[in-house]
Design a binder for this molecule. Structure first.
Ligand SMILES: CC(C)(COP(=O)(O)OP(=O)(O)OC[C@H]1O[C@@H](n2cnc3c(N)ncnc32)[C@H](O)[C@@H]1OP(=O)(O)O)[C@@H](O)C(=O)NCCC(=O)NCCS
Length: 151
């Protein structure tokens, strides 16, 4: 296993992984576009000094991803910035073996080294596997997004 920072050369692979996250989340939100649903600005997550995008490789192939981005926090909060985590994905055949934890521990470690001590992420309430994985790392539910569908 080799954990490393993603580069622009990984873009093609990362675009496939992005679509895999979209497909994984489709059952949780019927409003995700049928075609051309994208989540991330991957080139900027790779280049920006305020973010780190990591890939975990096995035998030269990417098997897991995740990023952290330092974002400005709401003015009402006591911290000015927080670390936002996203793009957590592990290929199905590698799940449940602690690989997501490996990636997230490294991302949080990088955030701490930048002086960040509060971390957030978004997850669908029905994505129990992901919620379990995040809880194991110490994350707790915070703000709950509510949705009304009138159509
Ligand atoms: C969420 C995801 C990244 C977790 O990756 P992972 O490598 O399996 O996670 P880990 O092995 O580090 O999991 C740690 C904990 O997660 C929980 N977990 C993992 N897979 C689970 C599953 N299928 N069902 C229930 N809990 C699960 C367990 O509590 C596990 O701890 P344990 O092994 O001590 O029981 C992975 O399931 C995934 O890629 N899902 C599809 C994409 C996705 O939904 N991403 C999240 C977007 S917010």
């Amino acid at each position: 296993m080799h954990l490393r920072i993603a580069t622009q050369d990984d873009l093609t692979d990362l675009l496939h992984f992005e679509q895999a996250v979209v497909e994984a989340e489709r059952p949780f939100n019927k409003h995700i576009k049928e075609k051309k649903a994208t989540y991330y600005d991957l080139p900027s997550l790779i280049n920006d000094i305020n973010s780190q995008l990591l890939v975990l490789e096995e035998k030269g192939e990417i098997i897991a991803t995740g990023y952290i981005q330092i974002r400005p926090s709401k003015k009402s909060l006591s911290h000015q910035e927080h670390g936002y985590l996203g793009f957590m994905f592990v290929l199905p055949e590698y799940r449940g073996r602690g690989f997501n934890r490996l990636v997230m521990d490294a991302l949080i470690g990088w955030g701490k080294a930048q002086g960040i001590d509060v971390f957030y992420l978004d997850v669908y309430a029905e994505n129990q596997a992901a919620i379990n994985a995040y809880k194991k790392l110490g994350f707790e539910p915070s703000l709950v997004e509510m949705k009304l569908e009138c159509a």
